[in-house]
Design a protein around this ligand. Structure first.
Ligand code: PHE
Ligand code: ZN
Length: 879
């Protein structure tokens, strides 16, 4: 067990840095057995600090210190102290140059923080605190410096040498070595530093900015991936144009580079001028990537590009402000994706993620506000709350201000804070100043954790023709927070008459030209809204577009939901009504006998979706997805996973049997004739087709099986091939399943991104992903403990998506996860801490499961030499 308790960092203890760094001069000597880093920092006392002539303290992690010099004079051993995680220089002048030489071993770096090697190339990951693994430095985002970086390496093995900014010098050295020097003119925090050295091919393009500047766009990938760059490059150009058009943001450097690496902890990283991507989030060809992957790549390329303004030009003061850049940037990439495809579909996807995963996080032991007030390990705070809820919070500001004032606010924010490291409060202030609106109560969204609940009740006063809506807001207690204040919440709604016509929303008896949709503002614990001039009790369409990240409780009847599902003029709420109806039906079957009759109206509603091709097919494709098990678990008080799984399966099978012929017709109607393209129409078509196939196989339909086998063989794109593979893998046709899985592996074994999909389609399947099979995948030649994608594809997919497998009654799934987390903790603590998440939700489950989950967590807690990453998650979960 751990003896010394890791330290908690508090926002309230923030102090401005005692010393500032104006310039950083780096020289990297890269070798096979390690790297020598020469760093010279131009440092001065911070006039805004009251620390006076305090000793200089620099952060470090896993560094071998070779020498320290002050203004060129090598320091004697007693003039500084190397504490491992800190280098302290006792007396320093007001302004000076500090030169430090360190030795590091990238080839042994399995944490993938700092400088490491990934399939033969050198690369870096510095956010949040990785730069200290490279050299001693004040590793905090409010220290911003100009970087000059010289990279030296063997010319044959590493012909490409990259860093941030512009290349200013290059040449040959002795021993077949060479160098390139890069200079970044924009001061930046060290978390945005990047370096890459490898044998990479270069793909080039150009973008002409709104002011007529030509930007050199370059992608660097391993030679075998040369034909998988086009989609990312196109996405980049679309992002650059969009940010000019919608936010008035022009790119600043002359070069923009993207590098793909196979071993990466996260999706991608916005290093200044040199974005580094997880290969799976940037490389695509129609043969190897699904539609979902294509769309994810477009969104992530945009996200990282947008960070150049929301993150890099204006950055975070400290890591408590992480959502300043992430929340805003996620909103920006969501707006972009909506503009590139379908607004409604994108909103459905985001609301699903929020309601399934973020609400669960917010109700769990790691619940924290969008701006947390303490943490042990900042890597644990790259969460759905910071990213997705953070984006919802900025979206609500946009809804409250309206598009134009929001843009004014964003312009003011960028202008006022360009080149600064600021807080979420500075962001809100800019929005207030530009709009004249008071957002003081709104700020609670940043400070209070937990998902607000809106309890809605209604009554109709037939005599007066008044419909009265009462909305009560409450926010549940979360760790360390009770008795919360109501939050300023935009609540969008409409009212429908019995024909589905949108009614004018008159807030007073004589209001003229009332709109048919309104955004009501909730500020108090309880509000009563009266709508006048109504002949009959209307059907309310509540929280349209998911206008706030809240739960809405309203006693919908199934009639109302069926009605909204086919009549709501708002596409998002039509989908939402379908989900609520399906949830209601499934919930009513949980734990009930197998012959409990099923509401036949569900079949009618789904038949309408499957057969009426005049409906928006992209929306239909979404509406046909039954609520996931994860969502049903989130909604349950004490989840019994096998019972939930069985109830959901029953509904699925019932629908598939009843709609069998319609599904075959739908499959045939959506056969693709034209060349593959990732357009909303084609994506919807493939999705419908693959859903039809999956449903047919759930009921062991012979024709479905033949269609699936044929589709698998004849597919010219991965969406169709994977759709067929997945349907077969989840079916009872065992020999077909084994055969296509083998075939798939034979075909694609040299492509790591496809092998990841192959691993996860098995591990996530309740049919193919039985525990012994999953254990066998860990022994497979394609598995690699040091590669986070492979780990996620097997262990993450099993624990996160194969819920019946993970929640096996004997607790074997829990023990399995505990065992793998312990093993991974010694290799890559960040990944281990993320992987343990499913166990942390133990309080959510029925008693028999709960106690076994808890003891698995205790197993992890008691591992010796536990990292602080896993320590924090496990201890908070057991508290
Ligand atoms: N800042 C990255 C992003 O959201 C995510 C990231 C965090 C990547 C930490 C690596 C390490 O774009
Ligand atoms: Zn980001």
């Amino acid at each position: 067990m751990r003896t010394n308790q890791p330290q908690t960092i508090y926002l309230s203890e923030y102090r401005v840095p005692a010393y500032l760094v104006d310039n950083v001069d780096l020289r990297f000597e890269l070798f096979e057995d390690g790297a020598r880093v020469h760093s010279t920092l131009a440092i001065r006392r911070n006039p805004e600090s009251d620390a006076g002539a305090a000793p200089l303290e620099l952060d470090g992690d896993s560094l071998v210190l070779e020498s320290v010099a002050l203004n060129g004079e090598v320091l004697a051993d007693d003039a500084f102290e190397d504490r491992g995680d800190r280098l302290i220089v006792n007396s320093v002048p007001e302004q000076f140059k500090l030169s430090v030489v360190t030795w590091i071993e990238p080839q042994n770096n399995t944490r993938l923080e700092g400088l490491y090697k990934s399939s033969g190339m050198f690369c870096t990951q510095c956010e949040a605190e990785g730069f200290r693994c490279i050299t001693f430095f004040p590793d905090r985002p409010d220290v911003m410096a100009r970087f000059r970086t010289r990279v030296e390496a063997d010319k044959t093995a590493y012909p490409v040498l990259l860093s941030n900014g512009n290349p200013v010098e290059s040449g040959d050295l002795d021993n077949d070595r060479h160098f390139v020097t890069w200079e970044d003119p924009f001061p930046k925090p060290c978390y945005l530093f990047a370096l890459v050295a490898g044998d990479l091919v270069e793909k080039r393009d150009t973008f002409t900015t709104c002011s007529g500047r030509d930007i050199d766009l370059r992608m660097y990938v391993e030679p075998r991936n040369a034909d998988k760059c086009a989609h990312a490059m196109d996405s980049l150009k679309r992002s650059m144009r969009w940010d000019e058009d919608v936010y008035g943001r022009e790119y600043d450097l002359d070069i923009f580079m993207i590098v793909a690496v196979d071993d990466f902890n996260m999706g991608a990283m916005e290093n200044k001028g040199l974005n580094i991507f997880n290969s799976s989030c940037v490389l695509a060809s129609k043969e190897t990537a699904t539609d979902v992957a294509f769309q994810r790549i477009e969104a992530i390329v945009a996200h990282e590009y947008f960070h150049n303004w929301s993150g890099n030009r204006v950055t975070c003061r400290d890591w408590f402000q992480l959502s300043l850049k992430e929340g805003f940037t996620v909103l920006r990439d969501a707006q972009f994706s909506a503009d590139m495809g379908s607004d409604t579909v994108k909103r459905i996807e985001d609301a699903t993620l929020m309601r399934t995963a973020q609400f669960a996080e917010d109700a769990g032991p790691m619940s924290h506000p969008v701006r947390p007030s303490s943490y042990i390990e900042i890597s644990n705070f790259y969460t759905l709350t910071i990213y997705e809820k953070g984006a919802e919070v900025v979206r609500m500001i946009r809804t409250l201000l309206g598009e134009d004032l929001f843009r004014k606010g964003s312009d003011l924010y960028f202008e006022r804070h360009d080149g600064q490291a600021v807080t979420t409060d500075d962001f809100v202030k800019a929005m207030e100043d530009a709009s004249g609106r008071d957002l003081s109560q709104f700020r609670l969204w940043y400070e209070q954790a937990g998902t607000p609940v809106l309890d809605v009740a209604d009554e109709f006063d037939a005599e007066r023709g008044v419909y009265r809506l009462t909305v009560r807001q409450s926010i549940p207690d979360t760790p360390g927070q009770t008795d919360k204040q109501p939050q300023h919440t935009p609540f969008a709604l409409g009212l429908l008459d019995e024909h589905g016509k949108a009614l004018p929303l008159r807030l007073s008896a004589n209001e003229q030209d009332a709109p048919v949709e309104r955004v009501l503002e909730l500020t108090d614990e309880s509000h009563v809204f009266e709508f006048h001039g109504l002949a009959q009790k209307p059907t309310p369409s509540l929280l349209r577009h998911f206008s706030a990240p809240v739960r809405v409780h309203y006693p919908w009847t199934r009639e109302q939901l069926l009605f909204l599902m086919s009549h709501d003029p708002d596409g998002f709420n039509r989908w939402d009504a379908g989900q609520r109806l399906a949830v209601d039906v499934i919930q009513s079957l949980v734990g009930e006998p197998k012959d409990t009759p099923l509401d036949s109206r569900l079949v009618t509603a789904y038949r309408h979706l499957v057969t009426d091709s005049s409906l928006d097919q992209a929306l239909v494709a979404k509406m046909l997805q039954l609520p996931s098990e994860a969502y049903l678990i989130e909604l349950a008080r004490e989840a019994d996973v096998p019972a939930i799984h069985a109830a959901r399966e029953r509904v699925l099978k019932h629908l598939a049997i009843a709609l069998r012929d319609d599904l075959v017709a739908c499959y045939r109607r959506n056969a693709s004739g034209e060349d593959y393209a990732v357009t909303p129409e084609q994506v919807a078509r493939r999705s419908l087709r693959n859903t039809a196939l999956a449903w047919l196989l759930v009921i062991n339909d012979e024709e479905g099986r033949e269609l699936a086998l044929r589709q698998y063989r004849e597919a010219d794109n991965m969406t169709d091939r994977m759709g067929a593979l997945r349907a077969l893998v989840n079916s009872d046709y065992e020999s077909d399943r084994e055969q296509v899985l083998d075939d798939f592996y034979q075909r694609f074994q040299t492509d790591p991104q496809v092998v990841e999909q192959w691993l996860s389609v098995q591990a996530s399947s309740p049919v193919a992903g039985q525990l012994p099979k999953v254990r066998a995948l860990l022994e497979h030649e394609a598995f690699d403990w040091r590669n986070p994608n492979k780990v996620r594809s097997v262990i993450g997919a099993f624990a996160g998506q194969n819920l019946p497998g993970f929640h096996a009654v004997d607790g074997s799934g829990y023990d399995f996860l505990a065992e793998q987390v312990c093993r991974l903790d010694d290799i890559n603590p960040q990944i281990a801490a993320r992987l343990v998440t499913p166990l942390t939700r133990w309080k959510k489950f029925a008693p028999a499961y709960r106690s076994q989950m808890k003891s698995a967590l205790e197993q992890v807690r008691d591992k010796s030499g536990l990292s602080k990453d896993v320590y924090e998650v496990v201890h908070k979960s057991l508290a």
